[in-house]
Design a protein around this ligand. Structure first.
Ligand code: AMP
Length: 557
């Protein structure tokens, strides 16, 4: 057997996780724990309570899910769930339960997402059959408790995920009521992207001696960072591969590394890029040193232009000629980003660092900017027209290079045999067309949609929209989108919001743009110059007798 340079399970095994879970992680292609997992898993496995400051993209889901699963193996109950995860939105409920299912597949773990809007019958059946982990939004979980269809007396671990979002959406009371139904001996875990005093207060009241974890606090010294152009594209997960291909077409890197999170992703991206005509090679921790050396040799010799790698595999890798580092997704910690981009822009050479982020991951981009003190410019994906123009440019450049350097004499017979019948200019045009097509320049492409950026991808179906189309394109430049932590459940109608904003902040109601009202929150577009004034005014006033959180929408571009 090959000696593997990376003991792929070592990182996770060192955290005290059981063999069944380590196997699941290896199968998923996870090579090493992310920083938050590194810090959170050991105390959670040991049974401590924990408060973690971590945003989407840090690997926080596995950080709490793996210890929960480990606990299930240790002592399974046949009746009620042993773990309850509370999340703010239905999307997150689905995502987290899928993650728990994937990590716990070999263990036969029964996990159930419960959220409003889903037929309750199906949830009831599953609950009656028995579940190990319930992942739900507070409102629906409380419904089940009140109907006596969910019994929390066997719960050993409660996780509050994205606690700040849950509070902003008005779930504070529901959370308190749910916690009161769980045994006082439970383990409680709280993850939140921000730590406002209200979160601290929940932690103080409901957690016992929690371990505290904060990510990405150390600023980077200016000299540590290379001078590279840093940019990011926000794309939905489904379009990420297509977006990557398009960006590479336009950037035309001489040599680039594309960083992925898992081995699976490395293989999939390599395949996609090769299908697009690139010479891409995979580099991951499952390969032997020998294989790695060969790949590196081909990159140095220029017969490979793209390396697709995990962090582990790229460690210690030093390639002089790298022009681009591309992050296929936001790295799991700001520090990892700094590490990655350190590979370009060596010795005063120009370099680019490009990051693809899902709408939900934009907060991580901000955390990286804070750490580095440098800006990451949000770019628009190249359109089909941009691509066509770029490909024609590539064709032109290749022709120019050939005219300048190639010996073309031997093709003269072809030309001569055609000039009797055709015009030289037309012959040239036909040759250009053939070259262009041969280089894949006429490939059909569809436009990649700009993602709608709801705050944390909240339930799009719950939305009302005052001006239909406009709101779905995301705010225009010069328009700020404000989050109001109050929605349909509090009886809010568009006119209430317009009335409050116009009345309290002195805005003309015509200046108020699209309004979306969901069950628990609303989004209102106002002119950017007035945004701060509106926020300040709302802090002094009430809407339908309440004083909701009003702030800028976090995930707006
Ligand atoms: P989260 O921050 O929990 O939303 O996770 C972000 C993404 O990272 C998810 O797609 C996970 O599947 C992935 N992920 C989590 N932990 C790891 C790890 N240790 N190695 C590679 N990918 C991971």
């Amino acid at each position: 057997m090959d000696h593997h340079p990376f003991e792929s399970e070592a990182g996770f095994a060192g955290l005290g996780l059981r063999a069944e879970l380590l196997r699941a992680l290896t199968n998923l292609g996870y090579e090493e724990p992310t920083p938050i997992q590194q810090e959170a898993i050991p105390p959670l496995v040991a049974g401590s309570d924990l408060v973690g400051q971590a945003a989407t993209g840090t690997g926080k889901t596995a950080a709490f899910a793996l210890p929960v699963l480990q606990g299930l193996i240790a002592g399974r109950s046949d009746v009620g769930p042993a773990a309850l995860v509370l999340v703010p939105t239905r999307e997150l409920a689905e995502q987290v339960s899928q993650a728990v299912h994937r990590y716990g597949r070999d263990l036969g773990v029964r996990v159930l997402p419960v959220y409003g809007g889903q037929p309750i019958g199906r949830q009831l059946q599953a609950l009656q059959r028995g579940v190990d982990v319930v992942v739900g939004t507070p409102g629906r979980v409380l419904d089940h408790i009140e109907r006596a269809t969910l019994k929390l007396s066997d719960v050993r671990t409660v996780v509050l995920d994205e606690a700040d979002e849950m509070l902003d959406m008005g779930f504070a009371e529901d959370i308190e009521a749910i916690l009161a139904e769980t045994p006082a001996t439970r383990q409680t875990v709280l993850f939140s992207a921000t730590m406002p005093p209200r979160i601290d207060s929940i932690a103080r009241r409901h957690l016992r001696d929690p371990v505290r974890i904060t990510m990405g606090r150390k600023a980077v010294a200016p000299g540590e960072l290379p001078l590279v152009r840093q940019s990011a594209y926000v794309v939905a997960r489904a379009h990420r591969s297509a977006a990557l291909g398009r960006i590479l077409d336009v950037e035309a890197p001489t040599a680039a590394i594309v960083f992925c999170r898992t081995r699976e992703e490395v293989d999939q991206v390599t395949e996609t890029l090769n299908g697009r005509g690139y010479r891409a090679e995979a580099l991951h921790g499952g390969m032997s040193q020998d294989q790695r050396d060969r790949v590196m040799g081909r990159l140095r010799a220029g017969s490979t232009e793209l390396l697709v790698a995990t962090d582990v595999a790229a460690r210690g890798l030093d390639v002089e000629q790298l022009t681009h580092v591309i992050n296929f997704n936001v790295p799991s910690a700001p520090e990892a980003y700094v590490h990655r981009i350190g590979r370009v822009g060596r010795a005063g050479r120009e370099g680019s660092a490009i990051t693809l982020a899902e709408p939900r991951e934009q907060r991580m981009l901000k955390a990286i900017e804070r750490l580095t003190g440098q800006r990451i410019t949000l770019e628009k994906l190249p359109t089909v027209t941009d691509l066509r123009a770029r490909r024609l440019e590539v064709t032109r450049t290749s022709l120019q290079a050939s005219l300048e350097t190639d010996d073309l004499e031997r093709f003269r017979v072809v030309l001569d045999s055609l000039t009797d019948e055709f015009d030289v200019e037309n012959i040239a045009l036909a040759a250009v067309k053939l070259l262009h097509e041969a280089a894949g320049g006429d490939r059909e492409e569809d436009e990649i949609p700009t993602p709608v950026v709801p705050p944390e991808g909240r339930n799009a179906q719950n939305r009302d929209s005052r001006q239909g189309g406009r709101s779905s394109r995301g705010p225009d430049a010069g328009v700020a989108r404000l989050f109001f932590g109050i929605g349909r459940r509090a009886g809010i109608r568009p006119q209430d919001l317009v009335g409050a904003i116009a009345g309290e902040a002195g805005l003309n109601s015509r200046d108020i743009g699209a309004i979306q009202i969901t069950d628990r929150f609303s989004l209102v577009e106002v002119p950017e110059p007035a945004a701060e004034k509106v926020i300040a005014a709302m802090q002094r006033s009430t809407i339908r007798g309440r004083r909701p959180t009003v702030r800028r929408e976090r995930f707006a571009r």
